[in-house]
Write a protein that binds this ligand. Structure first.
Ligand SMILES: NC(=O)c1ccc[n+]([C@@H]2O[C@H](COP(=O)([O-])OP(=O)(O)OC[C@H]3O[C@@H](n4cnc5c(N)ncnc54)[C@H](OP(=O)(O)O)[C@@H]3O)[C@@H](O)[C@H]2O)c1
Length: 359
């Protein structure tokens, strides 16, 4: 694809996402309480994460704000305590761009917390110039997917011991616009900020689905969701990197046209508290209802491959399930298609989404 055509397509996709995001400004009315429950929220110092923390604190949950900037975490903690006097809010340092930091956070948490009932993987970056983390990984994939992948895996023993428990991955409809090129996972050949963001969000949906399969029967359930188009720092960064010419106007307008972070957190809260989701796992939600992700996000082959690559990158050992998967995979034909950036061709049927055996 030529650069100018890519530019036009990226602008079109961003605007179409904005258009769909304008639909469904709803607030949920559910009085469910979370007294005695512990909730971890990554990136809880701003935007959707902070409003999710506030909502769940109102319901009596013990909230752990997992943030990289402790001054900003402190401000968020004050914001919550002003509105919910007596709220139990704990701040912990977590930099998802550093595998070392994720390991330290998880170790500390497993030692100090009796239970973890809800893990909300919310933090993200988007619209940033090409950057590598201290581990040598492309920043957007590292923060939005890999850091959360490692965090979730390290917290699984705690989550299983606390079952019924939930893992919520804040994804985005933007996942539909790009697939994952497993031959260029670090985007060294073709970096574009919006591409990096979209494929990291696809990774969130694939991860949620794969995780659900692996957690079947444990009482730990997983949910991916789109919060809607929300006015936040991340949205402004995406506008600025994709449509710089009109980004100033768009950023001003979006404050009035897009959902507020409070509206944006509703589907996150819905996945965290709704009784009717207790027996669902691995699915995708939007506007507080089940939604359909793109077919690529339903592809078992992609999900397996992502899981396997993520284990390697996060330096996690392969477990028995993974070895079983490998045997199973030898029956699937996995072919890299070098001419086609649609990335990968895998002979493996997609599951029927609604009737999936995950549920
Ligand atoms: N806004 C939308 O329209 C929209 C649409 C679809 C999906 N989403 C998703 O919603 C989630 C929340 O986004 P938002 O709109 O609320 O954006 P936001 O206000 O920019 O919040 C992003 C949060 O992630 C944190 N973060 C970034 N890098 C981190 C790192 N290395 N370690 C730990 N935390 C890190 C940020 O912390 P700092 O303050 O330290 O930077 C911030 O707290 C994201 O997963 C996003 O993909 C948003």
């Amino acid at each position: 694809m030529t650069n100018s055509l890519s530019d036009i397509m990226e602008v079109a996709l961003l605007l179409s996402t904005v258009a769909t995001g304008l639909l469904g400004f709803l607030l949920i009315f559910n009085a469910a309480r979370l007294d005695g429950k512990t909730v971890i929220i990554t990136g809880a110092n701003s935007g959707i994460g902070r409003e999710t923390a506030l909502d769940l604190a109102k319901r009596g949950a013990r909230i752990i704000l997992a943030c990289r900037n402790m001054d900003s975490a402190h401000d968020a903690s004050c914001y919550i305590e002003e509105r919910v006097p007596g709220a139990e809010v704990i701040m912990k340092h977590l930099d998802l761009a550093s595998l070392k930091s994720v390991r330290q956070f998880a170790e500390d948490l497993c030692e100090t917390e009796q239970s973890v009932d809800i893990l909300i993987n919310n933090a993200a970056v988007g619209g940033i110039p090409y950057t590598k983390t201290e581990d040598g990984y492309e920043m957007t994939l590292a923060v939005n997917h890999l850091g959360h992948f490692l965090l979730t895996n390290l917290l699984l023993p705690k989550l299983k011991a606390s079952a019924p428990s939930r893992i919520i991955n804040v994804a985005a409809h933007a996942h539909i616009f790009y697939s994952i090129d497993f031959q260029d996972l670090m985007l060294e050949k073709s970096y574009r900020p919006i591409k990096a963001y979209c494929r990291s969000k696809l990774a969130n949906v694939l991860f949620t689905r794969r995780l659900a399969k692996r957690l079947r029967g444990t009482g730990v359930t997983t949910y991916a969701l789109h919060p809607g188009m929300v006015y936040s720092r991340l949205t402004c960064n995406l506008f600025t990197s994709t449509i710089p010419i009109i980004s100033t106007v768009l950023n001003i307008l979006s404050k009035y046209l897009l959902k507020s972070p409070k509206e944006g957190c509703q589907t996150v809260v819905y996945c965290a508290i709704s009784e009717e989701l207790t027996d669902e796992s691995g699915l995708y939600y939007s506007n507080c209802a089940l939604s359909m992700p793109t077919m690529t996000a339903l592809h078992e082959g992609h999900a397996k491959l992502l899981w396997r690559e993520s284990l390697k990158l996060a330096d996690l050992p392969r477990d028995e399930v993974e070895s079983d998967d490998e045997e199973e995979d030898s029956d699937d034909e996995i072919e890299y298609n070098e001419d086609d950036n649609s990335d990968i061709a895998i002979e493996d049927d997609n599951d029927d989404y609604m009737d999936d055996e995950i549920n």
